[in-house]
Design a protein around this ligand. Structure first.
Ligand SMILES: CCC/C=C/C(=O)SCCNC(=O)CCNC(=O)[C@H](O)C(C)(C)COP(=O)([O-])OP(=O)([O-])OC[C@H]1O[C@@H](n2cnc3c(N)ncnc32)[C@H](O)[C@@H]1OP(=O)([O-])[O-]
Ligand SMILES: Cc1cc2nc3c(=O)[nH]c(=O)nc-3n(C[C@H](O)[C@H](O)[C@H](O)COP(=O)(O)OP(=O)(O)OC[C@H]3O[C@@H](n4cnc5c(N)ncnc54)[C@H](O)[C@@H]3O)c2cc1C
Length: 666
């Protein structure tokens, strides 16, 4: 962090106003002091390495140079990470990603290796397979990715076309890409980085199709890195973001792999070709569930980055006068600016709390599955789908809101906001497209509603449906607990409406699938309302627990943030509340006043709250958001790095402009 002397005076004043212990809040946001201290220790190591600092900003490099630079840095990071693991303890993927973003400035080409390849071996491999591949993967003697999506199919996994045909004579699988659309398309690192893949393919034994299974396939020679015979591999080219993720394509022509390379923790193929079905075929999708859970935490992190940039900038930036003859005000003093930014801070806390809760549920299900119990798997799948969908979508909207709140400078690449937006919006699509995942949850909600009608016991996350069936609703109260109940009434009402819409179409003679499609707009709205009810409930309950051991200052700001989140969403969805709860016009008027009071309460702590996200300048990498607030100096310094500013006259003047101007004169 910059020395106090050099810090912008507005930021100094803002920090003096802060009423709580910033460090204590960092620990809470990050899930515990031990996580923060571990991240800081690792960050100190990473950002003392000179080779990780850029001489030329990455954005001025060509596509190829950027990739090469990201690989160079990813190797250094991986070495540091491994050394750290040996000396202290193995770092969690969240810390690796948080710290790594700052060095690579985008996505690491090893992201899929660390984030899905290893996890799939761990979650889908037998103990023997794990013993064979895990040490090599962890030491990066083999580098891999998760190759599932194809040119023709990403969502509909049962439609994937890559085939793995068992040859009982040689006890091998033969992999083929029978069509153009069967080529794998998108996997991170696949382009030119990895030498192994976990490949999702349709399993065939003796002409019988057994559905999607996962296979470990070596695609490049470990010495020469040349593609192995039968492998057609390459990079898919530039995208909106993710430029250094090295996303690739892959095709197979009669590629043989040994039988033991099918990941067989769940389903098995014996030597003689006998197929042994596991406990639940959907367990093959297990890695996706884990990644969907972790996207809730990623969403909290990208929002924290955008909020830090936008709030610090809003404290430094002065524009317009509130009153004539008075100095121009900090833009942070405009209520509309607070309305745009404080919800970002609150949302990051909401998602961070929800992630802690969801990850715990995930670990419980994994433990249960180990004991052969799968009762809570459908609930976890439903929760991870709708929360992934809602948190990723909210994160993209909020990051964009923060970018717009920075005016023109928010459009500068050097603000870092465009790149953060690229990361956020990608997560809306990858690991399960937004609408598709909302519909998966809707499937679960329809069943839950049916069960509620039948008086059956429901899973905890949908037990509110039982209450909603009781006719005498309590009169509205403007308390957080009651507003959360209001969100549950909205969700229950929308679930009921969607259920009836399907029934209506079925009664009119449609088959169930068509009725489902006809009701699907209502279904996704029901799913969204369910997500919001869960987010508000978990954030509210989680904050009460956290506050019970926090200092009074921190407990107060946590209370302001959770109330702001709940009241903000009540006002955003006021039409739904009027339709499905007992809220009155008068209650809404009171909530509007409450919202404005909360903005005023948060205002003095705004900079302290984003400081508590504790994002180092190296990680933030933003001209607008650095700790010292030297916004204008940094904008100019960064502009001076443009290659176009390295010479007084660019050669194009002599080549094109001058002749063009001469001709224009004639
Ligand atoms: C950094 C970037 C990295 C990015 C990486 C990637 O993107 S990697 C690529 C990421 N790619 C994607 O994310 C692809 C997205 N697509 C998919 O995940 C699936 O194809 C699907 C879920 C959309 C449909 O699948 P389908 O047609 O096979 O299934 P169905 O609809 O017929 O439902 C059958 C039953 O299965 C249940 N069930 C389903 N999934 C799970 C689960 N995970 N667990 C437990 N259960 C699950 C479901 O609830 C239903 O239960 P019910 O109601 O019968 O009791
Ligand atoms: C940055 C990035 C990184 C990625 N990394 C990987 C990776 O490492 N490995 C990998 O295997 N994949 C990866 N993917 C692929 C990703 O998982 C898929 O793009 C994603 O699952 C969506 O599938 P799709 O592209 O086929 O979209 P589609 O399913 O074709 O979606 C297109 C539209 O159709 C709609 N739609 C589709 N089906 C339905 C339905 N049943 N009901 C209603 N609407 C529907 C969708 O809502 C959407 O609006 C990555 C993608 C991105 C963008």
């Amino acid at each position: 962090m910059a020395s106090a002397l050099k810090v912008n005076k507005d930021l100094v004043r803002e920090r003096q106003k802060c009423t709580f212990d910033v460090k204590e809040l960092t620990y809470i946001w990050e899930g515990g002091r031990e996580f923060t201290e571990e991240r800081q220790r690792y960050e100190n190591i990473v950002y003392s390495v000179k080779e990780l600092q850029d001489e030329v900003p990455e954005l001025y490099l060509s596509h190829k140079e950027r990739y090469e630079s990201s690989i160079r840095k990813a190797c250094i990071l991986q070495r540091l990470q491994n050394e750290y693991g040996k000396k202290h303890k193995v770092l969690n993927t969240r810390t690796i990603r948080l710290v790594g973003y700052g060095a690579i400035r985008d996505i690491s080409p090893f992201l899929l290796h660390n984030g899905m390849f290893i996890q799939t071996i761990e979650g889908q491999g037998t103990p023997e397979q794990q013993a064979e591949w895990m040490p090599k993967a962890q030491a990066m003697q083999i580098i891999g990715t998760y190759a599932q999506t194809e040119l023709g199919h990403g969502t509909f996994l049962r439609g994937l076309e890559t085939t793995a045909t068992y040859d009982v004579k040689t006890e091998e699988f033969i992999l083929n890409s029978p069509t153009l659309t069967s080529h794998k398309w998108w996997p991170g690192g696949l382009g030119t980085t990895v030498n192994h893949c976990i490949v999702a393919a349709q399993l065939y034994i003796n002409g019988k199709k057994h559905g999607i299974h996962l296979f470990m396939v070596q695609i490049r020679d470990l010495e020469t890195h040349m593609p192995l015979p039968g492998i057609n591999v390459g990079e898919i080219g530039p995208k909106l973001g993710f430029q250094t993720a090295n996303n690739g394509f892959l095709g197979f022509k009669n590629v043989r792999i040994p039988r033991k390379n099918m990941l067989m923790k769940n389903n098995q193929v014996l030597n003689d070709g006998t197929y042994v079905k596991g406990m639940n075929e959907k367990l093959t999708y297990g890695t996706m569930v884990l990644v969907r859970v972790s996207i809730v935490s990623d969403a909290a992190n990208v929002i924290a980055r955008a909020a830090t940039i936008a709030v610090r900038y809003a404290a430094v930036r002065h524009q317009s006068q509130l009153k004539a003859n008075e100095p121009e005000v900090q833009i942070l003093d405009y209520l509309t600016q607070q309305h745009k930014l404080f919800i970002a801070i609150a949302t990051s806390h909401a998602f961070s709390t929800t992630y802690g809760w969801l990850y715990k549920a995930y670990l419980q299900v994994v433990e249960d599955l180990g004991k052969g119990k799968q009762d809570h798997l459908p609930e976890l799948h439903a929760l991870s789908c709708c929360l992934k969908a809602t948190c990723s979508r909210d994160s993209a909207a909020i990051v964009e809101q923060c970018r717009l709140a920075c005016g023109g400078h928010g459009y500068m690449a050097s603000s870092s906001l465009p790149i953060v937006y690229g990361l956020a919006t990608a997560s809306v699509t990858y690991e399960g497209e937004h609408t598709v995942l909302l519909l998966q949850t809707a499937r679960y909600l329809m069943k839950a509603w049916q069960m509620a009608l039948q008086g059956k016991v429901l899973a905890p996350s949908v037990s509110y449906l039982v209450d909603s069936l009781k006719s005498n609703k309590q009169s509205w109260q403007n308390t957080p607990e009651f507003i959360v109940k209001g969100f549950q009434h909205v969700a229950a009402g929308k679930i009921k409406d969607a259920f009836h819409a399907i029934q209506k179409h079925v009664k009119a003679g449609k088959d169930y699938e068509d009725a489902w499609n006809l009701a699907s707009v209502q279904l996704i709205k029901a799913s969204e309302a369910h997500s919001r009810a869960i987010l508000c409930d978990v954030f509210w309950r989680g904050t009460i627990i956290k506050s019970s051991t926090a200092s009074p200052g921190v407990a107060a700001v946590l209370d302001h943030l959770v109330q702001l989140y709940i009241v903000y969403w009540a006002l955003e969805t006021v039409g739904d509340l009027l339709l499905y709860s007992n809220i009155t016009k008068e209650d809404i008027a009171v909530l509007k006043v409450k919202y404005e009071e909360l903005l005023a309460l948060i205002r003095p702590n705004a900079v302290g709250l984003v400081d508590a996200f504790d994002i180092r300048d190296e990680v933030l990498n933003s001209t607008l958001g650095s700790y010292d607030g030297r916004v204008y100096e940094r904008l100019m310094e960064e502009a001076m790095k443009s290659p176009l500013n390295q010479e007084p006259v660019n050669q194009s003047f002599h080549k094109y402009l001058k002749p063009f101007m001469k001709r224009a004169k004639l």
